[in-house]
Design a protein around this ligand. Structure first.
Ligand code: NAD
Length: 467
């Protein structure tokens, strides 16, 4: 068979394109698998993929998930570096740990547990069925972690997924979409079961939310996005903001409490929504705690230095403070350098009163205010107020069972960690699985495969009941 020049050049072009497609780590976002120029195309593609996926067995789903875990572990460093370089937030070494946590501890198909009722009238089964295509909005603080974690749970439940990632972190999120697609296809699954858009905007988000193809919505982010999704008229899971307090009382192992708090509050520069964001220390041990925090790697700021840090990290308008987004997730050393201090401390600490903006505002910066309180009563009262009713996360260091129990009852958070760094609450050094979508407002708690299912009942009367 003879080929003309046009045919040859077409073949060469295809080979070059497919090679470029394989060099995923350096390819432009537009070459990413599952990432489309428009939301309309993304929705159509995932709809087709979901229809194919309906015929796949649970065992096949699990093979895909195993492959996602494998690729996530292989590419954890790449994902971490991309996340830090695109967003300018967080720490590469901590983001590697976050990806390893996602790969190793996000539940898969084993979380699908049927219900059974048998009796004189026969047999009734309750099975966990997929919703269909789920629309997921993801944050800038854990861009690839959330995409991979949500993908595992949603796919394990038999769904397809369309993401509208945070615009400031969309390259990282879309790299993760590409990774998930590579894994699915390598394990024999359909193309485009997980999709996204190259340039997410409020318009693409709106199109996604309003599309009849999308049967369930999941929002991971601040209060704005959760409110928007909950007013969509669709089934929605909202994973919103927190401002987790940590209490240290006089019965705690103070040195360990200090080490744990410095580790938790500085992890990924305090980006995690579960991280300790203000500390209430009972007066009799407060000085010892602060000294132990310094020993554990924190830098103590005092007096005018604290005021200078407020000016840097926060924006004041009409007496109200909000975060200066340019400083979210930055290293402690960068703040200190700006204040003329040379230090490689992981965390900045300072003593303030309970109404100080460092206590009241969800900072997401490696800055922890320590508030001196008279006793556990005052600690609980002020910690509950600082959490602002988010009911997200709270932590305590104490050996007094009554104190532990009272604080847990009064603060009513989704996650409550005792005598450990905050990240123990998502399975890092604590029992239990992990998630990066913690649904406080809508009550699913730490989401997992079962959260992304519909319960369906199947009834057989007078048969299959064998006793
Ligand atoms: P963000 O709220 O700025 O953005 C989150 C996502 O929502 C982004 O994709 C953004 O584009 C989108 N968005 C924002 N407002 C929207 C609106 N009105 N309509 C539609 N989409 C909208 O949050 P961020 O800065 O990326 O992340 C930090 C926040 O997320 C913190 O408040 C943190 O506590 C929270 N968070 C919560 C969890 C959790 O599991 N509960 C996990 C991570 C982060």
């Amino acid at each position: 068979m003879k080929m003309d020049e046009k045919q040859i050049s077409e073949i060469v072009k295809n080979v070059i394109n497919s090679m470029a497609g394989e060099q995923k780590t350096t390819a432009a976002a537009s070459n990413y698998k599952g990432v489309f120029a428009t939301m309309t195309e993304a929705l159509e593609a995932v709809n087709q993929a979901y229809k194919k996926y309906r015929s796949y067995s649970v065992a096949q789903r699990e093979q895909m998930i195993q492959k996602i875990r494998e690729l996530t572990l292989n590419e954890a460093e790449e994902l971490a570096k991309l996340g830090v370089s695109e967003t300018g937030m967080g720490r590469v070494s901590d983001k590697i740990i976050k990806h390893q946590l996602v790969a190793n501890k996000t539940p898969g198909t084993e979380d699908l547990k049927p219900g059974v009722m048998t009796g004189d009238s026969g047999l009734t089964l309750v099975e966990m069925a997929p919703y269909g295509v789920i629309g997921s909005i993801t944050p800038s603080t854990n861009p690839s972690e959330t995409v991979i974690c949500n993908s595992i749970g949603m796919i394990a439940a038999g769904n397809g997924v369309v993401f509208n990632p945070h615009p400031n972190a969309c390259k990282t999120a879309n790299y993760a979409v590409d990774l998930v697609n590579r894994a699915i296809v390598a394990a024999g699954g359909p193309e485009n079961l997980v999709v996204s858009v190259e340039k997410p905007t409020m318009d693409t988000s709106k199109e996604m939310m309003n599309s009849p193809i999308v049967r369930m919505l999941v929002a991971t982010g601040g209060p704005g996005v959760v409110r928007t999704l909950l007013s969509s008229g669709k089934k929605a899971i909202g994973a919103g903001a927190g401002n987790p307090p940590v209490i240290v009382d006089e019965t705690a192992d103070i040195k360990k409490a200090a080490r744990d708090i410095v580790a938790g509050a500085s992890f990924d520069n305090n980006l995690p929504c579960i991280a300790e964001k203000e500390c209430f220390a009972v007066d009799s041990i407060a000085s010892q705690l602060i000294a132990s925090m310094q020993e554990a790697g924190a830098y103590l700021l005092k007096g005018k230095e604290i005021d200078a840090l407020v000016k840097l990290a926060l924006i004041e308008k009409d007496g109200k403070y909000s975060i200066n987004k340019n400083w979210v997730g930055k290293d402690a050393g960068r703040f200190l350098k700006e204040l003329g201090i040379q230090s490689d401390a992981r965390l900045i600490i300072c003593e303030t009163d309970a109404l100080h903006p460092f206590v009241q505002v969800e900072m997401m910066m490696p800055i922890l205010a320590v508030v001196r309180v008279a006793d556990i009563d005052e600690a609980i009262e002020k910690a509950v107020a600082a959490e602002h009713g988010n009911r997200h996360s709270a932590h305590i260091h104490s050996k007094n069972v009554d104190h532990l129990t009272r604080f847990a009852r009064e603060i009513e958070t989704t996650i409550f960690v005792k005598n450990a760094p905050s990240y123990a609450g998502i399975g890092a050094g604590g029992e239990g699985y992990t998630t990066f979508t913690i649904a406080g407002p809508t009550g699913e708690g730490l989401t997992a495969t079962h959260s992304f299912t519909r319960q369906r009942r199947c009834v057989m009367v007078d048969g299959l009941h064998i006793v």
